[in-house]
Design a protein around this ligand. Sequence first.
Ligand SMILES: *[C@@H]1O[C@H](CO)[C@@H](O)[C@H](O)[C@H]1NC(C)=O
Ligand SMILES: *[C@@H]1O[C@H](CO)[C@@H](O)[C@H](O)[C@H]1NC(C)=O
Length: 318
Amino acid sequence: MSRKGLQEFEIDTKPSKKTSKQKFNDFFYNEDTGAILGRTPQSWAKILVFYTIFYAALIALFSICMVTFMQQFINPRVPRLQQDYGLIGTSPGLGFRPLPEDVRSTLIYYKGTGYDSYKYWENQLIDFLSVYKKKGQTAGAGQNIFNCDFRNPPPHGKVCDVDIRGWEPCIDENHFSFHKSSPCIFLKLNKIYGWRPEFYNDTANLPEAMPVDLQTHIRNITAFNRDYANMVWVSCHGETPADKENIGPVRYLPYPGFPGYFYPYENAEGYLSPLVAVHLERPRTGIVINIECRAWARNIKYDRRERLGVVHFELMIE
Ligand SMILES: *[C@@H]1O[C@H](CO)[C@@H](O)[C@H](O)[C@H]1NC(C)=O
Ligand SMILES: *[C@@H]1O[C@H](CO)[C@@H](O)[C@H](O)[C@H]1NC(C)=O
């Protein structure tokens, strides 16, 4: 503004006798200052620029938040943390069922053959196995079931059946054999997304630590059908020499291991972990038996202290 303009401005802003109607009109457009709605065009431009930048920054921040948040939902079937990054690590743990009421305990204890004495354990197993029983009725799960075989692994997105109905005597109609003092304990390997077992499938090269009866079984079953070798083998035994004697004969249903065609687990709809029912046929009664079950594959770590690849529980039947 020139010196002259400033003077004019000063003169113009001197209190003038304007009517309230004029003042009102001035608000919309002030001929003297050129202001529209109380602001000069320059001032309006500044505000426009300010808000454009302000909102752009806000939108950018919000977008970053949303992208980070949404990434977890892009494919809900693929966990973001895989394999080595997962908390469980690459080596799956082994678990047993039924579990004692007290989470710190690993003792399966019951007294006698009356229903009241073992109903807790039976109900635990019925509960645990219910998903295996009703899979046909749940939407999405039933139609995904593929007829798996060692030569016929399931195509991507299909799952293998775990048919627990034929596992006599380890069936609920038979109280999982608890009432006959020869209980069935179920074993399960923890699921790790994308984990592929490295099988002990070379009968000439089985680990020395593997129990002789399992080695014999592997040699026998693979002589009969080579494909059966691709299994995550399982063995259970008493811990001390006394326990080894007290545990009695052990049977594994349907196999002493988890068939290889169940792996890798890729979170397909209706996937069920394979199970092994361990039938303790004649455990000694009236004494605590320490039992250890181990899963066998080259890439399953074995550490008793860390409880890796091994599960421990005690059995006591009175
Ligand atoms: C043995 O297992 C490995 C995977 O651990 C597999 O690549 C190989 O084909 C298997 N061998 C036989 C003879 O099935
Ligand atoms: C070997 O397998 C055959 C047939 O599957 C079976 O009849 C036999 O009892 C098995 N022998 C041993 C020692 O497991």
